[in-house]
Design a protein around this ligand. Structure first.
Ligand code: GLU
Length: 389
């Protein structure tokens, strides 16, 4: 199998249409996310024929010179069927955790066997939200994925559902796929789902139109999505797909929603140009992309309009513009920065503990030393450690 010959940096900004996702010059590294309803039939059994077909498409991508990473759901659905748990194992967290423990073994066995039939080696990685939210663990995961790809393996990744609890869970593999794409320095994410893509209104409406290209996930785009998973099997739905698209677009990664229920779904969607492609918006540095995709923030800092404007123009957050502080955080923690009405405008790593920010808020830099008892740092959140939303 040839490895990628193209540089990974910046290439994704050249992705403009679905067919670019099969071009190794524009998309040398791609993540396929496979939803539960595609992998597991209503009878609770794996859909081997479908998966065999997808593994064939993965092999074709590899032969074109693309590196492929898979984010696979299905552990909960498979395990719930084996254990006879009601509501597909999603009735309670304890059910989902037990189901995933049983189903994950079967799931990785399937991938290993069916990728093996294509002469590809599967590698399993189970991650939690913390693994990708903590910088050191994120870099470790990133290095492992890089090493596996270089060695010619296909990483198959899922959330470690059996140990993840409500507060610390991705909960859906759409956002996990976007975070994995960041960690893997991938150029594109393909969410294979049971819908054709994003429609401009409820898809059951005969007037509904599929949006082929989305440039920026705006409020208007959010309004088009409804929250439910149409199959009732996964936990995703369009809302989590848009959240994934937001993480991806900020990190300079393209994201496509394609209908996986068709034969050879990737080829079909590209040949017929059907699906929704979210274009990458900007190519943040890797630390900013990581910061922008973080889901767990430790508190929020409200700023006045003058300060909000300065941040939008690329400035650092200074104490003088802060009006309010919420939550308890320590130096180095990620916090949200909000405008006067509470809308998040940025997130970043804070230079002071929350109790210190309470003390210095509203004060000019030259007034800070006596309030802190030591020489102030250059900012409350430095612009290099902050990402605008
Ligand atoms: N990690 C879950 C599983 O393997 C799926 C989460 C999702 O539905 O997106 O079953």
């Amino acid at each position: 199998m040839p490895g990628t010959k193209h540089s990974l940096s910046d290439t994704s900004m050249n992705i403009k249409r679905l067919s670019d996702l099969a071009d190794p010059a524009k998309t040398p590294r791609i993540v396929f996310k496979v939803g539960s309803s595609l992998l597991v039939g209503r009878n609770g059994l794996p859909r081997r024929d479908w998966l065999t077909m997808l593994c064939g498409e993965i092999r074709e991508a590899r032969l074109r010179g693309q590196e492929v990473i898979v984010v696979s759901s299905g552990a909960v659905a498979l395990g719930a069927a084996r254990l006879g748990l009601e509501k597909g194992g999603r009735g309670s967290l304890a059910d989902a955790q037990a189901a995933a423990a049983v189903g994950q073994i079967e799931l990785s066995g399937l991938w290993s066997e069916l990728l093996g039939h294509q002469d590809l080696t599967a590698a399993q990685l189970l991650v939690t939200l913390q693994d990708l939210d903590e910088r050191r663990r994120y870099l470790n995961a990133s290095a492992t994925i890089g090493k596996l790809l270089k060695a010619g393996a296909v990483p198959v990744i899922n959330e470690n559902d059996s140990v993840a609890t409500h507060e610390i869970r991705f909960g859906d593999n759409d956002r996990l796929a976007a975070r994995v794409a960041q960690a893997a320095n991938a150029n594109a994410v393909v969410l294979l789902s049971d819908v054709d893509g994003l429609y401009d209104r409820n898809p059951t409406d005969p007037e509904a139109k599929l949006l082929p290209i989305v440039e920026g996930v705006t409020e208007e785009i959010h309004a088009m999505a409804s929250g439910d998973s149409s199959s009732g099997m996964g936990s995703g739905g369009m809302t989590s797909k848009l959240q994934a698209a937001e993480i991806a677009e900020r990190a300079g990664i393209a994201l496509a929603i394609l209908n996986g229920t068709l034969l050879r779904p990737f080829n079909y969607a590209l040949d017929n140009d059907t699906g929704t492609l979210f274009l990458p918006r900007r190519n943040d540095t890797s630390i900013k992309a990581w910061l922008g995709g973080r889901q767990r923030l430790f508190g929020s800092i409200m700023v006045d309009p003058g300060c909000a404007k300065a941040l939008a123009e690329g400035g650092s957050l200074l104490a003088t513009g802060i009006t309010q502080v919420e939550g308890t955080f320590s130096r180095g923690d990620p916090v949200s920065i909000c405008d006067v009405v509470g809308t998040p405008i940025a997130q970043g790593l804070v230079e002071y503990d929350s109790e210190e920010v309470q003390r210095i808020k509203g004060h000019r830099t030259e007034e800070l030393q006596p309030l802190l008892g030591y020489s102030p740092r250059s900012a409350v959140v430095h612009r290099d450690q902050m990402v605008l939303l």
